[in-house]
Design a protein around this ligand. Sequence first.
Ligand SMILES: Nc1ncnc2c1ncn2[C@@H]1O[C@H](COP(=O)(O)OP(=O)(O)O)[C@@H](O)[C@H]1O
Ligand SMILES: [Mg+2]
Length: 324
Amino acid sequence: MEKFFSIAETFALPGVPKGVKIKGYDAPSEFTPPADPNYRFRRAALSDFLAWLKEGRGESLYISGPTGCGKSSLVSQVAAKLNLPLQRVSAHSRLEFPELVGSHTIVNGSMRFCHGPLARAMKVGHLFLLDEFDLLDPGTAAGLNGVLEGAPLVIPENGGEVIQPHPEFRFVATGNTAGNGDESGMYQGTVRQNLALMDRGWILRFTYPEPSEEEEILAKAVPDLPRLVRSRMVEIANEVRNLFVGSDENPGSIEVTLSTRSLIRWGRLAWFYRALASSGVNPFLHGLDRAVAFRAEPTTRKALHELVQRHFGDDNFGKGDGAT
Ligand SMILES: Nc1ncnc2c1ncn2[C@@H]1O[C@H](COP(=O)(O)OP(=O)(O)O)[C@@H](O)[C@H]1O
Ligand SMILES: [Mg+2]
């Protein structure tokens, strides 16, 4: 059953008028993702996404932005709050069209056509999320052209079946680039998708959260972390991101970055390892190694350690007693 949700209450956004509503369902389906109790909706991104959900019938959405900045989780958390069924697929270079649309399979000894997640979403009106869209082989991507602009899906392999897009069907893709390949060399394997394809829908560009927002995200995820520790960690994350992206004269000087995802992981690990502080282990460095730095080249790891030491100095959660 349809249900209208107050945006202010559903997404915990103070300041949005109570009367503004968005359509969802009164109960989750088996395809509705679970809600993450620590998720904090960011107002600007959320309002763009809800606008597309409401008005975007027949139009696809592409969300670009750096790794781990909250693209996929926004889609799945909105689905969770509104009880929307979501079909989610991660693209990769060998993903082929039949995996999306369906193929013949043996069922009880005879061949039957089984619909793939995209065909199902179009037929019954689910939200469809294609992650890492820019890793998709351009041939496979081209097969999506029609679907992206609201055309019916034709499946020759299933006797020419024609699936008309259900009014509630929505197609959203995410990726690290804005569809023009990767000039920075940061995201290996991304493919320049053809322009016609990128022209077929709405585009949103996400960035990492503002420091104050990200401190709140961290506070929700690791509530025990002292406030000062949180703000230092967010500052460090932003410095690491700047080093990763670099500038025009000095492009990306390190090969790892600290996304919101790894920031949360670092916060959890640092808090966990605080118990070792009294035995001389620096919980921030110990946690950082395990969250990201062990993935880095030795020189980068050293630079990251120096960065942490510069911000935290001798502060070890008050040298082991957890007080800061
Ligand atoms: N607004 C947020 N509130 C809480 N956690 C967040 C938020 N944004 C990102 N995260 C955390 O970062 C992780 C990565 O986000 P995700 O949406 O998967 O990134 P990507 O941009 O790569 O799709 C999430 O699983 C979640 O733990
Ligand atoms: Mg993602």
